[in-house]
Design a protein around this ligand. Structure first.
Ligand SMILES: C[S@@+](CC[C@H](N)C(=O)[O-])C[C@H]1O[C@@H](n2cnc3c(N)ncnc32)[C@H](O)[C@@H]1O
Length: 348
């Protein structure tokens, strides 16, 4: 398959019109394999903006020397490496991703950072090849929303965490509050270089509804969910560094830009700078974003997930359901800013 075809295909559907999860998994796998080198090269830029999210997650995970933690969808691995420092030599980090190229990148980053207590594994979060109750906690930054079946991935995560352990993770909040991504995506769609996102497909905003997350977490057999919102900001000193970020690191957008001719690249860049003019700050740009952080999910003692108990389907929540929830959430929304608002729920 040509590098670009995965970006141009509309979401694959089965004969009956349902989204084809396996076709999605293949596309996602190819995309992340292709992004691995770029993310490794650009990791400092990404880390600068997103480090506070990782610090928050690792603080909530509260690693202690000698424990074993699993990082899922680790990408270049830095979030887990923050935890690895606290596990000391007696402890162990299992740094994993489903894309082997990403796992190789994480190994190189670990070498560079002098991390010696990590092992590296290719693991698909939807089918974790680890024993039941074999880790003390799990961490997943910006991963679950990209998975074909996040409910299954969460159940798998719960299965491998010991009683008393914890899952922490982050996803992105609603698109309207993430112009760092939506503006560039919009420009590419308007110019015909990317299709508009399919609302039924997994994607960066598919878990942006807090109520949907809380239901998924509870259905997977976790208690004590605590979701917090946090604002992030991508800062760029000038148009060149903004362009370098978008054209190198922004997933499908970057891969689509790579195959444009020079004239169209210049036109895309000009359109982007015009749209992002609203975000000019101190001579550069500050592009805001909203992250939802889960910091306290603990496996329910001695119980399977709700789906295991026959209380719910093991699948992505229906779009109609989550749109209804989103409308409700938006209707009741207050202005939000740091310090983050906390939403918690007890055992369900
Ligand atoms: C947005 S990146 C985030 C990477 C890293 N966690 C970070 O925050 O920088 C998403 C990562 O999820 C991985 N991924 C997507 N689907 C996955 C799955 N089913 N199982 C494991 N990893 C997956 C991709 O390969 C990619 O590295």
């Amino acid at each position: 398959m040509q590098a670009h075809t995965i970006l141009e295909q509309p979401a694959a559907r089965t004969g009956s019109g349902e989204l084809d999860p396996d076709a999605y998994r293949r596309r996602s796998y190819e995309l992340w394999q292709q992004m691995a080198n770029r993310w490794e090269r650009g990791r400092e830029v990404l880390w600068e903006t997103t480090r506070p999210v990782s610090e928050w997650l690792v603080d909530r995970l509260s690693p202690r020397p000698g424990q074993t933690f699993l990082e899922l969808a680790a990408g270049a691995g830095e979030t887990g490496f923050l935890a690895a420092g606290r596990l000391r030599d007696q402890g162990r980090l299992i740094s994993s991703d489903f894309a082997p190229e990403m796992v190789e990148a994480a190994k190189r980053v670990a070498d560079e950072l002098g991390i010696t207590n990590a092992e590296f594994r290719v693991i698909d979060a939807e089918r974790i090849q680890l024993d039941d109750a074999s880790v003390d906690g799990a961490i997943c930054r910006f991963g679950y929303m990209l998975m074909a079946d996040p409910a299954r991935a969460l159940r798998e995560t719960r299965r491998v965490i010991r009683g008393g352990g914890r899952l922490v993770f982050s996803v992105f909040g609603e698109p309207e509050r993430n112009p760092w991504m939506t503006v560039a995506r919009g420009v590419m769609a308007e110019r015909g270089h990317l299709s508009a996102p399919d609302p039924e497909e997994p994607g960066i905003f598919s878990l942006s509804d807090p109520d949907t997350i809380k239901d998924l977490v509870a259905d997977a057999g976790f208690a004590h969910s605590e979701l917090e919102e946090a604002e992030i900001g991508f800062r760029f000193a000038d148009g060149d560094s903004l362009w370098a970020y978008v054209s190198e690191l922004q997933g499908p957008i970057a891969l689509a830009i790579a195959r444009l001719d020079n004239q169209e690249r210049r036109a895309v860049r000009a359109a982007l700078e015009q749209r992002y003019a609203a975000f000019r700050e101190s001579g550069g740009y500050r592009l805001p974003g909203l992250v939802l952080n889960e910091g306290h999910a603990q496996p329910l003692a001695g119980r399977g997930s709700r789906a295991d108990r026959g209380c719910g389907p093991a699948q992505r929540p229906s779009r109609r359901h989550s749109r209804k929830r989103r409308r409700r959430a938006l209707a009741s929304r207050r202005p939000r800013s740091l310090p983050a608002r906390r939403r918690s729920s007890g055992a369900r």
